[in-house]
Design a protein around this ligand. Structure first.
Ligand code: AHM
Ligand code: MG
Length: 323
């Protein structure tokens, strides 16, 4: 497949489809639907502060967190848009307690897991937020389709609404990044074939939790600090992982003595971002096994997560194994 920097996302998706002569075109349609829905979200986020989309709704979601207005709007736009394509048999979202089985999708061959607006508590203070998606083949008529190991993802990606809007995704053939040209309204290939640096100099942990961590996690962080690594922590996982993909290092949200499974959700945060980091040559683990080998047990399950550059992650695994 010939990839030119500057190619737009829709054409790229269609070119990629040509790798699979038997492809029906459904996955391409799905990716183009996600592209369109996230452009709408981006356009609204860019107007935050001017139109009434900031602040809280006054309701707590299934995660026990306060719902921001933009969480709800992003969820509704994405779910309605994607459900109406008929390509999805079911949708799981951070904002919805149960899976949604749209009428239009009765014959759909895929299911999708969404974090419509990751890092949404940051939106009121103009810090990067994002949308994460993870797509699986439908293997059943119930929730079991969502409870497949992360390695079975057919495609995964995110859109980061940062200093520019970027869409980064993989269908299992490497990772490519596209930047939204707001003048043209198209995502343009700006970061072809992203490879995470073998080694970085940044650790991204919420260090205010240090006292609650296990001794081996403390030991790893002490080691890299002594070596002179720098701390960068946005508290939007998408922004922290995006930086890690491009600059290397390690992003983590460990379990601690209060949050026994950490904070990050397996289906629509750890798995899709772990798939991308792995596709880019890095490593993603729950501390014991590859995150992509974990068999999910429930839709909103949380997991400890550590991901990043190969050399940094090998050091992390060696130190935490000793501990
Ligand atoms: P959200 O999906 O409700 O926004 O929550 C997940 C976010 C992640 O993006 C981020 O890594 C983490 O929560 C930050 O948590 P903390 O503030 O505890 O460090
Ligand atoms: Mg999130």
């Amino acid at each position: 497949m010939k990839i030119d920097k500057g190619i737009d996302l829709s054409r790229f998706i269609l070119e990629e489809e040509k790798r699979y002569p038997k492809a029906s075109g459904t996955l391409s349609r799905i990716l183009i639907s996600i592209e369109n829905a996230t452009k709408i979200i981006s356009s609204h986020i860019r107007k935050a502060g001017l139109v009434d989309v900031l602040g809280k709704v006054g309701r707590i979601n299934v995660q026990g967190e306060e719902v921001q207005k933009l969480d709800e709007l992003a969820n509704n736009w994405l779910v309605e848009h994607l459900a109406s394509t008929g390509d999805f048999f079911a949708v799981v979202s951070e904002e919805m307690e149960k899976a949604f089985f749209p009428d239009e999708g009765k014959d759909g061959r895929y299911v999708i897991c969404l974090d419509p607006l990751d890092g949404s508590s940051n939106v009121d203070v103009n810090i990067s937020v994002g949308t994460i998606f993870s797509i699986y083949k439908r293997i059943s008529d119930d929730d079991a389709s969502f409870l497949q190991e992360g390695k079975k993802q057919v495609a995964a990606g995110y859109v980061i609404y940062g200093s520019s809007t970027m869409l980064v995704y993989s269908t299992g053939n490497g990772v490519n990044g596209f930047t939204l040209d707001p003048g043209v309204g198209s995502f343009i290939l700006s970061h072809p074939n992203i490879k995470i640096p073998e080694k970085g100099k940044i650790y991204a942990f919420n260090e205010s939790n240090y006292k609650k961590w296990s001794d081996n996690v403390k030991k790893y962080v002490d080691t890299v600090k002594d070596r002179g690594y720098t701390l960068r922590y946005v508290a939007s996982m998408i922004a922290d992982v995006h930086r890690t993909l491009l600059k290397g290092g390690i992003f983590a949200y460990p379990a601690d003595n209060v949050n026994k499974n950490g904070k990050i959700r397996l289906l629509y945060e750890a798995n899709p971002l772990g798939f991308l980091v792995t596709q880019a040559g890095g490593i993603a683990t729950n501390g014991k096994v590859s995150i992509l080998d974990v068999k999910p047990e429930s839709l909103h399950q949380r997991t400890p997560i550590f991901m990043g550059s190969r050399v940094d992650m090998e050091e992390f695994l060696a130190i935490t194994k000793e501990g």
